[in-house]
Design a protein around this ligand. Structure first.
Ligand code: GLN
Length: 482
């Protein structure tokens, strides 16, 4: 078995026992990158081999001297390019940050480094995490490793493609409306969006601050639980960070769902859901039932309001968050201009791509004085109602089972011409962000083109352990073709 086809935890064990060296693992990742990066384009930046090997040597020493004991020590990883990495270019896949080298690292990245991670590079994404296909990147599209004519999903498409193509052992992504779960589903990998406030957002370049969460993307549930345990922490630098005492996520890696109640929202299985995706999800639900889970269909309600509410709130927050990119403090500045206002205008016109501009315009519109009550306030009220609907569901169920996306990965070039249709593809993921809940996407089959399908398990706030247990049980008991 080649080094890069091992899971992160398996590789970590071999590194710990001395069977594989840290530098050897890093070189194996670089070799995979050399083999397939030209076709896939998972990365915006791959670090210099010298830099990676210097870090590998440092980590190896700490492992050898017993200072580093984490299961992830020495394992090569990739970071989505919207997380600040000290001294490493961080572009958010935008031209406006094309020259931005942060002077500090995001807290989640620091936590990973403390656990001995060896960063290989920064992964491609939709510009400022706005999109569902990784086609809005200013640095070229990323291709789905399972079929290069299809998108990897988005916005964490680069991270998911890098894991699927074995160009790193695991990666970090961020999820504002599904950006970890949907591309995980499209690329056949596993990803967790944690409860809002579990992983610090310090150093994550903000899109919709009330929705954004960083999470792991990996080959299996064990890796995801292990990575989540490493990156989660209370951080006073993030005012929305939550002090939790139950961050021992790996304790939930138990293959047993006997007596657990799983709700299946009827409203998620109607019009718009691809029949092959539907069949795969139902089959996956059957595996959990055979293992003792109690399945029940129910009406979640309000599902049709989630997309409009999300796009109003996310765009409103984005328009405010992105006002800082003005060509003055850092990032791109236009060449020729006459006066300050002209400089702002030209810099932003040239620096942002069309999808980002669309969101800024939509966000500014819904926040403007005449429309605030009609749109923004209404969206906030809808968000509260959606949270209430989930609260009621979790009075009865331990978790909710759903598809991660209504279809498998679309063909490259099919999505951007019709943004509204693309937004509708977020139907199963965005309510989870609006309600601040945790969700996991786990591979559960393939369609007739061989494209992966993902099942989503959604938990109540702070109930990651339940969804990890559910996903782990499924993983241990699924059939080969799942
Ligand atoms: N597709 C959604 C959007 O474009 C979600 C993106 C995300 O989670 N970052 O906003």
């Amino acid at each position: 078995m080649s080094i890069m086809s091992l899971t992160a935890v398996e590789l970590g064990k071999k590194i710990k026992s001395g069977e594989i060296g840290v530098a050897e693992a890093a070189k194996a990742a670089l070799e995979e990158i050399r083999n397939c990066e030209e076709q896939i384009n998972s990365y915006v930046t791959v670090l210099e081999e010298e830099t990676i090997l210097a870090r590998a040597e440092e980590v190896q020493k700490q492992i050898d001297s017993g200072v580093l004991d984490s299961p992830l020590a020495g394992v090569p990883t990739a970071i989505k390019d919207n997380m600040c990495t000290k001294g490493i270019l961080t572009t958010c896949s935008s031209k406006i940050l094309g020259n931005f080298v942060p002077s500090y690292s995001a807290e989640a990245v620091r936590n990973l480094e403390k656990a001995g991670a060896v960063i290989i590079g920064k992964t491609n994404m939709d510009e400022f995490a706005m999109g569902s296909t990784t086609e809005t990147s200013a640095y070229g599209i990323t291709r789905n490793p399972h079929n290069k004519g299809h998108v990897p999903g988005g916005s964490s498409g680069g991270s998911c493609a890098a894991v699927a193509a074995c160009e790193c052992s695991y990666a970090l992504g961020s999820d504002t409306g599904g950006s970890i779960r949907q591309p995980s589903s499209f690329c056949g990998v596993t990803g967790i969006k944690p409860t809002y406030g579990t992983v610090s957002r310090y150093g994550l370049i903000a899109y919709g601050s009330s929705l954004d969460q960083i999470g792991p993307i990996a080959k299996d549930v064990t890796d995801c639980a292990t990575i989540l345990e490493a990156i989660s922490s209370y951080d006073k630098k993030d005012s929305t960070s939550i002090q939790r005492e139950d961050l021992d996520f790996t304790s939930a890696l138990v293959a047993d769902v006997k007596g657990m109640k799983i709700g299946i929202p009827r409203d998620y299985f109607g019009e718009g859901l691809d029949s092959q995706v539907k069949a795969a999800i139902e089959k996956a639900a059957g595996v959990l039932e055979e293992n003792g889970a109690l399945l029940e269909e129910f009406d979640l309600s309000l599902v049709e309001y989630a997309i409009p509410a999300y796009y109003v709130i996310a765009s409103a927050e984005a328009s405010s968050n992105l006002s800082r990119f003005d060509g003055v403090k850092y990032g791109y500045r236009t060449g020729d201009y006459e006066g300050l206002h002209h400089m702002y205008k030209k810099t932003r016109s040239e620096g942002f791509g069309p999808e980002v501009k669309r969101r800024i315009m939509l966000g500014s519109f819904v926040l403007s004085s005449g429309y605030y009550d009609a749109y923004y306030l209404k969206a906030l009220r809808t968000k509260a109602l959606i949270k209430k609907a989930f609260d009621q569901a979790f009075e009865r169920y331990d978790m909710i089972l759903a598809p991660a996306a209504p279809t498998t990965a679309p063909k490259i070039g099919e999505s951007l011409s019709d943004p509204i249709k693309m937004y509708l593809g977020d139907i199963y993921t965005i309510s989870v962000n609006l309600a601040g809940l945790p969700g996991i996407s786990i591979p559960c089959g393939r369609d007739d083109k061989g494209l992966p399908i993902g099942m989503q398990l959604i938990g109540d706030c702070f109930q990651e352990k339940k969804i990890i247990r559910g996903a782990y049980t499924f993983e241990q008991n699924r059939s080969k073709e799942q």
